[in-house]
Design a protein around this ligand. Structure first.
Ligand SMILES: O=C(O)CCC(=O)C(=O)O
Ligand SMILES: [Fe+2]
Length: 365
């Protein structure tokens, strides 16, 4: 029992990562104590930065059904709301989107079944490279982050080619349906967002070659953590791609950074939470900013989230729309590179400081 061993001795024995392949296996192992191994200790003090006490219902809500079945006046109202949501917040909730609650619940349940598979069976899908079509693992990117993260994950490329593990039973069918329905939502949103930027409706679709766009279906599994203030699910980061759609299992933990404060995001049941990601920021020449977000853990319940990243095709060179740049007040702010190059560079951990550059720095890149 942990209580019969002196604390220091116990802590010393926990300095090295245990021989477990997932956080889930760690917390379920018989000798797991109420102290987390120091390998998971995240040094950043979560309380250094202010947390907003505003209710999270100030996050904008977009009724997407009005974009397809309403009067031109109503449509332009929603487009105006989108302009505000993307420029002020970089995120919003979408309602009346047509992805049924039962499908989302079935997807979450299927991911749970995947994580419940014996570790040996999940090993088959362990991968290291961002381009692996199916990849499960633990941590975020251990080569970049010093602390291991309190999270296991499964990621599948679901578009332009669909990949998914062949177990548990039914997973593939549900994942295919879920990714298609969400792709449709993003298609509608990208048209409206193009208009919100003053561009023609199909602008982003064409510029990103969205028909061959990369869609990544990722599930995060954060077991209840006995010392939640010492660990982190995912530290502050920005997503690649144009838009990320997020849902979760009703357990909160997601925070977004807005005006230098962290906001708790409680995703409304049957709403989709949408985040502006890096490539929409680049395409809009910084008019819309990708949003910093992080996932905290708690000591009560396992949290699961599903993040669907929607990006350009891998070979698309992403650059700011020339219509949104001029030589005076809106110079080109970003370097050009293909989405594939961006993803590979991101793996090096150096990207963030490199991709937001003005044109002088672009030349030096
Ligand atoms: O768990 C969450 O709510 C956030 C997940 C996330 O940010 C990601 O997978 O990139
Ligand atoms: Fe993210």
């Amino acid at each position: 029992m942990a209580s019969s061993i002196p604390l220091d001795t116990l802590k010393a024995s926990l300095v090295h990562p245990p021989k477990v392949t997932s956080v889930k296996a760690l917390v379920e192992s018989t000798d797991f104590s109420s102290l987390i191994p120091s390998f998971y200790t995240f040094t950043h003090n979560l309380h250094d930065e202010p947390i907003s006490d505003d209710p999270d219902d100030s996050i904008p809500i977009i009724d997407i059904s009005l974009l397809v079945s309403s009067t031109p006046e109503e449509q332009s109202q929603v487009i105006h709301q989108l302009t505000k949501a993307c420029s002020d917040w970089g995120c919003f909730m979408v309602i009346n989107h047509g992805v049924s609650e039962s499908l989302t619940k079935a997807m979450i349940a299927s991911f749970q079944e995947f994580f419940d598979l014996p570790e040996e069976e999940k090993k088959e899908y362990q991968g290291n490279h961002v381009m692996d079509p199916i990849r499960c693992g633990t941590g975020f990117n251990p080569s970049i982050n010093k602390a291991n993260l309190w999270r296991d994950f499964l990621k599948c490329v679901t578009h332009p080619e669909f990949h998914s593990p062949n177990k548990p039973a039914g997973f593939s069918e549900i994942a295919l349906e879920f990714s298609k329905r969400n792709q449709e939502v993003v298609t509608v949103l990208l048209k409206a967002i193009s208009k919100s930027l003053g561009l023609e409706e199909s602008y982003i679709d064409k510029a990103a070659n969205f028909e061959l766009g990369l869609q990544l279906l990722a599930a995060n599994y954060y077991p209840a953590c006995p010392e939640p203030e010492k660990a982190i699910g995912i530290p502050s980061h920005y997503d690649h791609g144009l838009l990320t759609i997020l849902v979760n299992n009703g357990v909160s933990g997601l925070q977004v950074k807005h005006k230098e404060k962290w906001f708790n995001v409680n995703i409304h049941p049957n709403a989709l939470f949408v985040q502006v990601a890096d490539h929409l920021e680049i395409l809009s020449n910084g008019k819309y900013k990708s949003i910093a977000h992080r996932a905290l853990v708690n000591n009560k319940a396992t949290r699961m989230s599903i993040a669907l990243a929607h990006g350009p095709s891998l070979d698309t060179v992403i650059r700011p729309a020339p219509e949104l740049a001029d030589n005076e007040s809106h110079p080109l702010m970003y370097v050009e590179m293909t989405y594939r190059e961006f993803l590979e560079l991101q793996q090096t951990g150096k990207l963030r400081s490199k991709f937001r550059l003005n044109s002088e720095q672009c030349k030096a890149f």
